[in-house]
Design a protein around this ligand. Structure first.
Ligand code: FAD
Length: 432
């Protein structure tokens, strides 16, 4: 058979970049952006879902987070507090046998998942849902704005620039990238909140690992961690059921927002992981003596920059369980603030505790057609440190889609809150 040796000469032509038009542009395809995009498309809205990463799923997939937290209440009989796509994930991945519910702090249920199975669930579900255009590997570089309305996004991809025109926008970027580029007021914590380099170990001995005393591990880390150059002295080991793998959430790494600092932080995260592995191997030879790192997640980012909203959710409101008149979601997850290099500030809540997310924390006051969802809504660092876990992120994504659907061409600040809450009934009231 003759080889095909033909080529053609090409050169870049001047002209407008590819342009997408949509009712709703969602920046960020993490769990909150995916929830927003699916809910909006199912409401009949034309959606464009954009992410700078080359894949869907944000940190839930790329940073190998590994457990759904904040989906259930506390106590001996926890009930599910967020529904929507959470129901589909629990049902469909549960049927595949890739979910593993375990009891967590205050007896809540946290759900271990396979990140590859979640990635495929997101990909399959987005592909099967009409009305969603996808732009992956597309970094936001500019926001066009006409007074109180955002009108378009300019993006850079490896294949050249792209543009999006939309009637309304969801900032699900985690770092409030959209609000920031639009020139809106944003908040940053006064002192850093640490991220984590997650990784998966293989070669563990499951039987020996089951006997490992987690409290004693923390004491050893406190006593010997500094000598190993390990900054964080607590954390979690999540053993996969019946396998020799362990998900490790035990490092702390600063996650600055400048590109050079962030690149360096990635190397720092890997270095902390190496040090921790050396420590675990030498201290626990029976359980982890032969362990090696199978997978690194992307550097996990918790709280960096977020919107300045109409409402600033405070730790006291979380502690008191204030039920806001514009509540759109709920959770009972503790305040989990990673605000010091060596540990985490935990504040747990009682069996009947519930705290609530107000729509006002998702709305920048200076814009009529922009809503934030996920870990970049407005709160003080401790308040946000509870509602940024994945259960409430799913609820916020759903609320963003319904709020924009109700607003139409009008303002998000004037929607009928009772109508919104009727649509979000399951995430506010359901108890089964
Ligand atoms: C290490 C770690 C462990 C955690 N453990 C748990 C846990 O066990 N259980 C739990 O429920 N929660 C956990 N959390 C919290 C939870 O994972 C996150 O808060 C949640 O996944 C955030 O979802 P999101 O959709 O808001 O943001 P993300 O998942 O961060 O998604 C944001 C997306 O926006 C994109 N983006 C950002 N800026 C731009 C830009 N300029 N242009 C284009 N795209 C952009 C990013 O690429 C990203 O994909 C953990 C967090 C971390 C960091």
């Amino acid at each position: 058979m003759a080889l095909n040796l033909e080529t053609r000469i090409v050169a870049r032509q001047a002209g407008a970049p590819p342009a997408f038009t949509a009712d709703i542009a969602v920046l960020g395809a993490g769990i909150s952006g995916v929830s927003a995009a699916l809910e909006a498309a199912r409401l009949g809205r034309k959606v464009v879902l954009i992410d700078g990463a080359p894949q869907l799923g944000g940190q839930a997939v790329g940073a190998v987070i590994g457990t759904f937290c904040g989906l259930y209440s506390n106590g001996p009989n926890p009930h599910q507090v967020t529904h929507g796509i959470a129901d589909e994930i629990l049902r469909e991945l549960g049927a595949e046998g890739v979910l593993h519910p375990i009891r967590g702090r205050r007896n809540t249920i946290i759900v271990q998942y396979s990140e590859t199975a979640l990635a495929r669930w997101v990909e399959r579900t987005i592909a099967a849902t009409p009305g969603i255009d996808l732009l992956l590997g597309a970094q936001l570089i500019e926001v066009e704005r006409d007074g109180r309305r955002l009108t378009g996004l300019k993006l850079a991809t490896r294949f050249g620039p792209a543009e999006v025109k939309a009637a309304s926008f969801v900032d699900a970027s985690g770092d409030a990238a959209l609000a920031w580029q639009a020139g809106l007021a944003c908040r940053e914590p006064a002192t850093p909140i640490f991220g984590t380099q997650m990784f998966v170990l293989e070669g563990a001995d499951p039987a020996a690992l089951a006997k490992l005393d987690r409290k004693e591990l923390q004491q050893r880390l406190e006593a010997k961690g500094n000598a190993h150059g390990i900054r964080r002295h607590d954390g979690f080991l999540f053993a996969a059921p019946d396998k020799d793998t362990v998900l490790v959430n035990m490092t702390h790494v600063a996650t600055p927002l400048d590109p050079v600092g962030h690149a360096r932080a990635q190397l720092d995260g890997r270095d902390q992981a190496d040090r921790l592995l050396a420590f675990l191997r030498s201290e626990y030879p029976a359980a982890l003596g032969k362990a090696r790192i199978r997978t690194f997640g992307q550097l996990g980012i918790r709280q960096t920059r977020w919107i300045k909203g109409r409402h600033h959710l405070t730790a006291d409101e979380v502690r008191q369980g204030v039920r806001f008149s514009d509540a759109i979601g709920r959770c009972s997850w503790p305040i989990e603030l990673h605000d010091r290099p060596d540990g985490v500030h935990w504040e747990e809540f009682g069996d009947d505790h519930m705290h609530w997310i107000p729509l006002g924390s998702m709305l920048p006051p200076e814009a009529d057609n922009l809503i934030a969802a996920g870990r970049c809504i407005d709160g003080d660092p401790a308040g946000l440190a509870s509602v940024r876990v994945m259960g409430p992120c799913i609820a916020m994504g759903a609320a963003a889609a319904h709020a924009l659907d109700l607003a139409g061409a009008g303002s998000l600040h004037q929607i009928d809150i009772a109508a919104l809450q009727r649509r979000l009934h399951d995430n506010l009231e359901r108890r089964d």
